[in-house]
Design a binder for this molecule. Structure first.
Ligand SMILES: N[C@@H](CCC(=O)N[C@@H](CS)C(=O)NCC(=O)O)C(=O)O
Length: 217
């Protein structure tokens, strides 16, 4: 398979699709395009009418959108093991992933993913409320699913979905209130795939203005 992504420093949606494949050891070739360039839209036009990354190419199939990619690999390569085995936990995992996919606009707009940077931002009440929500959700999940250090115990597609927020909180120095949520954050940052993504981000030189927010620390 081939996964088309964009600049690792900035492309949060790319990271979700990429983590889903990497963390489950599914082999793929990575094709990286530079955001907002002519080449980006020209190359993508062959595979998606939407013109956004990530795009997964599997033979003659082209799958775009991070959540669609997760569901595709879950049913095609993971035999359903991408989500928690327990029905209740699976419903919970899908619910929080859908929330992340369709919401949290305060966090997304005010704290763009910028993996290599250290910044401070003045957050709106909306963004603060969203940070509190994630803090609470992560804490609660970590306290109730003890069979492993991830949100649902073992690594699941839900963790792939929260990977960009983990980097965002690191970049903007967001402090989580509970030890369980902080442990989760550290577990994610120590994941070999997250470390590898960060290493690649740091050596990128492109600057995408829309991804630069806040004051350098
Ligand atoms: N809903 C999509 C969002 C994809 C998306 O917005 N991707 C951004 C990259 S971070 C993109 O390709 N932006 C290019 C553009 O809008 O020109 C998903 O889940 O994959």
């Amino acid at each position: 398979m081939k996964l088309i992504i964009a600049n690792k420093n900035y492309s949060s949606w790319s990271l979700r699709g990429w983590m889903a494949l990497k963390a489950f050891n599914i082999p793929f070739e990575e094709i990286k395009l530079s955001l907002s360039t002519e080449a980006f839209y020209k190359e993508l036009a062959q595979y998606t009418p939407i013109g956004k990354v990530p795009v997964l190419l599997d033979g003659d199939l082209s799958i775009w959108d991070s959540l669609a990619i997760c569901e595709y690999i879950n049913e095609t390569y993971l035999d359903g093991k991408g989500w928690p085995a327990d029905k209740h936990l699976r419903a919970r995992a899908r619910s929080i992933v859908a929330d992340m996919h369709s919401g949290f606009f305060g966090i997304r707009n005010e704290m763009p993913m910028n993996c290599r940077a250290k910044r401070r931002v003045e957050l709106s009440d909306q963004a603060k409320k969203e940070v509190d929500t994630l803090d609470r959700v992560w804490t609660e999940l970590r306290q109730h699913t003890p069979n492993g250090p991830y949100l649902f115990g073992e690594f699941s597609l839900a963790d792939a979905f929260f990977a960009p927020v983990i980097f965002r909180f690191k970049t903007y120095g967001i402090e989580l209130s509970d030890a369980a949520a902080r442990d989760y954050q550290q577990t994610m940052l120590a994941h070999p795939a997250m470390k590898s993504w960060l290493e690649d981000s740091v050596i990128e030189t492109d600057i995408v203005e829309a991804g630069e927010a806040g004051k350098p620390v």
